[in-house]
Design a binder for this molecule. Structure first.
Ligand code: S3P
Length: 444
């Protein structure tokens, strides 16, 4: 990876317009996985053509799924059936993508051949015991590095059996991993979570004909059910829309319409939190793309106020916290975030990365074990400028790009190449809406 990709932003600006952010990352991953396991041809539209989803696509191609790219966001997949995957010739490199690794750990545990799942430096630091421990209880042969991290070595499946697993963390990746292993297990696999995580797997498995018992906070299925091909229309990613929701919300006078945004209720914490802060966000023309609700979102800039964000809102806004730290920094008064310790094990330690970056911009922010306390500058105040290390974390990079709208001096952000993992074309789309970013690719 080129660590030297740098974003340079001048201070100030205001956003206007109507735009569609790229497809939902979680739904795009699942569309490739489930269509590859299905019998027949599936067509995917609105697919996120970002590095993470391409890692999933390459892995399934390496195992014999026929994936045709009809356009960057349109795929045609001829599935191989539940038992049709072939041993890949080499380790499957999943790059920066935690979703690929955790979901595929479950899937590969059910195969009759062994496999190795590896990733980049960031993914190789992330905790994998959360999936490995319950998979072993189901009978999987799976080894990690000593620190409980990737690479994962998975032996050929002997005999998996369903379990009822009470997960200590709310994680759609853990839940989906176990459901995928559960397709190959004898009996029923049930996952119960402390708070409901995103339910895209449950919804999409049902679209592919699997009988899934899903309730908020739990999901289960019986093994041996086959998947039937289906066409999937992927909504725009609310996690990518979040940068623009915050960007417009922090600049009075801005107005944006974001189209086709997925508003699955397990993902809409960012709207709820921004509204509590006083943001003006309207949900227009709610409709459905298959089993997923979507809408256009209109956001207008008004003054925001600090709020307390507790554990009950964390799961449904988990990927939006970096952007919400910027909203908090621009709000009037203090924002206190708690119950969000999961942020420490994302693509970077997002609590530390965001607090360190905000301090560079002169904001009074303090990191806590499970969150942070941020003193906002208010509608009349300004952030400073400076040089920020994104630590190679796409969402940290995009959040500080948005912060420039309220800065008094330019902001330079290092290590931004991974923005392409979730949001290819971010700089161009942002520029079109009024946030010009100079991207300097440097040299390795
Ligand atoms: C994802 C689930 C979330 C999220 C990640 C994508 C998914 O992770 O942070 O970006 O697609 O299942 P956890 O489930 O581990 O919280």
């Amino acid at each position: 990876m080129n660590k030297k990709t740098v974003f340079k932003l001048s201070a100030g600006g205001r956003l206007q317009g109507r735009l569609r952010v790229p497809g939902d990352k979680s739904i795009s991953h699942r569309s490739v996985m489930f269509a590859s396991l299905a019998e027949g041809r599936s067509r995917i539209s609105g697919f996120l053509n970002g590095e993470d989803c391409l890692s999933t696509m390459k892995a399934f191609r390496a195992m014999g799924a026929e994936v045709q790219i009809d356009a960057p966001d349109r795929l045609r997949i001829d599935g191989v059936g539940l038992y049709g995957l072939k041993a890949p010739g080499q380790a499957l490199d999943l790059g920066n993508s935690g979703t690929s690794m955790r979901l595929m750990a479950g899937l590969m545990s059910g195969q009759r051949f062994g496999s190795v799942l590896s990733g980049d430096a960031s993914l190789s630091r992330r905790p994998m015991r959360r999936v490995v421990d319950p998979l072993r209880r189901m009978g999987a042969q799976i080894e990690t590095a000593e620190s409980g991290t990737a690479p994962l070595s998975i032996g050929p499946a002997n005999h998996l059996h369903g379990i009822r697993y009470e997960s200590p963390v709310s994680s759609a990746q853990v839940k989906s991993c176990l459901l995928l292993a559960g397709l190959y297990a004898e009996g029923e696999t049930v996952v119960v979570e402390p708070a409901p995580s995103r339910d895209h797997s449950e919804r999409m498995l049902q679209v592919f004909g699997v009988d899934v018992k899903a309730r908020p906070g739990s999901a289960g299925l019986r093994g041996g059910q086959s998947l039937h091909a289906s066409d999937i229309r992927v909504p725009a990613d609310i996690s990518s829309a979040a940068f623009f929701l915050v960007a417009a919300a922090i600049v009075p006078g801005s107005e944006l319409i974001l189209t086709d945004v997925g508003i699955n209720p397990t993902r809409t914490g960012v709207i709820e939190i921004l509204r509590r802060m006083g943001a003006d966000i309207e949900v227009l023309e709610p409709r459905e793309f298959g089993s997923e609700p979507v809408a256009d979102l209109r956001v207008r800039g008004v003054g925001l106020s600090g709020v307390e964000i507790g554990a009950e809102l964390v799961a449904s806004a988990i990927d939006e916290f970096p952007a919400l730290f910027i909203a908090a920094a621009c709000a009037h008064g203090e924002t206190v975030i708690s119950g969000a310790e999961e942020l420490r094990v994302k693509e970077s330690d997002r609590i530390q990365a965001m607090v360190d970056g905000l301090r560079v911009l002169g904001v009074d922010a303090e990191a806590r074990a499970d969150g942070a306390c941020i003193a906002g500058v208010g509608a009349e105040g300004q952030l400073g400028g400076g040089r920020i290390d994104s630590l190679g974390d796409h969402r940290v990079a995009m959040s500080f790009a948005v912060a420039a709208l309220r800065a008094s001096a330019p902001i330079v952000i290092d290590d931004c190449a991974n923005v392409d993992t979730s949001f290819p074309g971010f700089a161009e789309l942002a520029a079109g809406a009024g946030l010009p970013i100079t991207v300097d690719h440097g040299h390795d």
